[in-house]
Design a binder for this molecule. Structure first.
Ligand code: 6GU
Length: 287
């Protein structure tokens, strides 16, 4: 387990080199599709699709709504790579392995990552179907030692103690809201704090109340670990949550969180979310 040979620099480099040898695209932007949001990858032109099961050293997707494919292609002329399916702590991978693809992105030449997720709305002003631009996170697994940077630090990726107070690029947050306004999406755009939990059980009512009182606007089971690893290796980060359900905050409520509702809402808003990401990509300065 120490140092972790399944996620170390040489292993990530071997995977990145193998992927680059499969096709001509040299991605500058990496996109991670959240639950039910894999349609993002379908927007890429001149696609090269590779199953995770064919990629050396890559973890496998085990969750319904996560296809388990890496898609290369161009989006409005910008070379991109898209993860159709991400890895979560609750799948049983160690936390370093769940974030290995982010390091592979970096070693393939990616400069900016755009992460999406499905999340529960803790902020009671949010509606189902809202898109929340993430301005900050609370990484609960990290409090208990489940930070993806635990273990020997490899300085080829980044420093031992990386700063994450500026993790979510402010210019990209601004760009997202500008693009959303141009598309007529302003009525369902929000900005807020994402709280990551380990899952896979959804939250109790007491936990939702606690998280809300701590300043979280949305809750999910992903993204924060990827953001930490991305910032560690110097990638620019943008992330958004699709609010697929409202968190249950009171004991009178009959509502129950479930994965089907998550996928259903994701499907309803997917086309607009895809448009937002595509238009952002076309305006992200790279190089
Ligand atoms: Cl309500 N909770 C968590 N942890 N993840 C979610 C969710 C809720 N809704 C979508 N993903």
């Amino acid at each position: 387990m120490f140092p972790d040979s399944t996620t170390g620099y040489e292993m990530c480099k071997a995977t990145a080199d193998w992927l680059l040898a499969q096709g001509p695209v040299r991605p500058l932007v990496g996109i991670v599709c959240g639950s039910g949001l894999g349609g993002l990858a379908e927007m890429l032109k001149d696609q090269l699709v590779i199953n995770y099961s064919d990629i050396p050293n890559f973890p496998q997707s085990t969750v319904h709504g996560h296809a388990g494919k890496l898609v290369f292609g161009t989006l409005k002329g910008t070379p991109c790579v898209c993860m159709q399916g991400r890895f979560h702590l609750y799948e049983g991978y160690n936390i370093q392995k769940t974030t290995m693809p982010i390091r592979v992105f970096k070693l393939m030449g990616v400069q900016t990552v755009l992460l999406t997720n499905a999340a529960g709305g803790l902020n009671q002003d949010f509606n189902v179907g809202d898109i929340m631009v993430i301005k900050d996170h609370i990484n609960i697994p990290g409090f208990a030692g489940n930070n993806p940077l635990v273990g020997q630090n490899d300085a080829r990726f980044g420093v031992r103690f990386p700063c994450v107070s500026d993790a979510y690029d402010r210019d990209l947050q601004k760009l997202a809201l500008e693009v959303a306004e141009e598309l007529g999406f302003s009525s369902f755009m929000q900005k807020g704090v994402y709280c990551a939990l380990g899952g896979p059980s959804f939250e109790t009512i007491a936990e939702c109340r606690m998280l809300r009182s701590l300043g979280a606007d949305a809750v999910g089971m992903s993204t924060a670990h990827e953001v930490i690893v991305a910032r560690h290796c110097g990638l620019r980060v943008f992330a958004l949550s699709l609010i697929t359900n409202k968190s249950v905050m009171d004991y009178e409520s009959e509502k129950k969180a479930n994965h089907e509702e998550v996928l259903q809402t994701a499907d309803q808003r997917a086309k607009q979310l895809e448009k937002l990401i595509a238009n952002m990509v076309s305006r992200i300065e790279t190089g």
